[in-house]
Design a protein around this ligand. Structure first.
Ligand SMILES: [Zn+2]
Length: 242
């Protein structure tokens, strides 16, 4: 069974959309994840989850959208950002194409928290203007119970041990094991409780938030296995419910 839409022929796509009205869309980012992790961490993890969930459920996955909203990481070389407006317009056009093929539900597997505000606007617009229900899955929030069972709070931050462990399991050749580092992010007490825009470099020098050095491929394997089980359960419910 083919798991990616871009791997199907149009004849196979026609057959798929006659039978099913849901698809998966992974969305990531290309942004710094500390000196040990690849820039594509969020894209790679979202794509791996989408691919595995697709194989297990038969719901096809679209190719991953690799770029996200990453202005806050732009002090680190190699980070690429797109604007909120550009991402929203791009994703909306994908939804409009899917409508033509009868898609009613889209499960977005979001690998990057900075994309969430755009995805929420997309979900509203897709519902109102296209009649498509967009659901957003983020492994660190949607499966937070699993995450908190396996990693403590300081290990769950950006580029922390949880994310790094997933990389070590999924893409070991891309992780610089000799460069893992822990860094407690700086907080400004005088503005605590308020929301503002901060650059990552104002909060951490290395780009890592919290504890990273406790990461391992074994921990990543266990986390990935449980996340996929959770995702499969979610997709099965999603396909059944109106
Ligand atoms: Zn990340």
């Amino acid at each position: 069974m083919k798991s990616y839409l871009h791997g199907l022929t149009y004849v196979e796509a026609k057959e798929y959309f006659l039978r099913r009205s849901a698809v998966i869309l992974p969305v990531g980012s290309v942004e710094q994840h500390g000196p040990a992790n690849p820039l594509g961490t969020d894209t790679l993890i979202a794509d791996a989850l989408a691919r595995e969930a697709s194989i297990r459920t038969g719901v096809v996955s679209l190719p991953v959208v690799p770029f996200g909203v990453s202005f806050h990481h732009m002090d680190y070389p190699g980070t690429i950002t797109v604007s909120e407006r550009a991402l929203e317009a791009y994703l909306f056009d994908i939804m409009a194409s899917l409508k033509r093929w009868g898609v009613k539900k889209v499960l977005i597997i979001n690998g990057h928290g900075g994309n969430l505000p755009v995805l929420q606007i997309l979900a509203r617009r897709a519902r109102e203007e296209l009649g498509i229900k967009v659901f957003i899955y983020q492994w660190w929030t949607s499966s937070s119970r699993i995450l908190s069972e396996l990693f403590d709070e300081r290990e769950r931050g950006h580029a922390g041990a949880a994310e790094t462990s997933l990389n070590m399991y999924l893409h070991p050749s891309l992780v610089r094991n000799d460069k893992v580092v822990d860094e407690a992010p700086r907080t400004n007490e005088s503005i605590s409780g308020l929301t503002t825009f901060l650059y990552t470099s104002e909060q951490t020098k290395s780009g890592v938030f919290g504890v990273q050095t406790s990461a391992s491929a074994d921990r990543g394997k266990e986390l990935f296995k449980k996340l996929v089980e959770d995702l499969v359960r979610i997709i099965e419910v999603l396909e059944r419910t109106e």
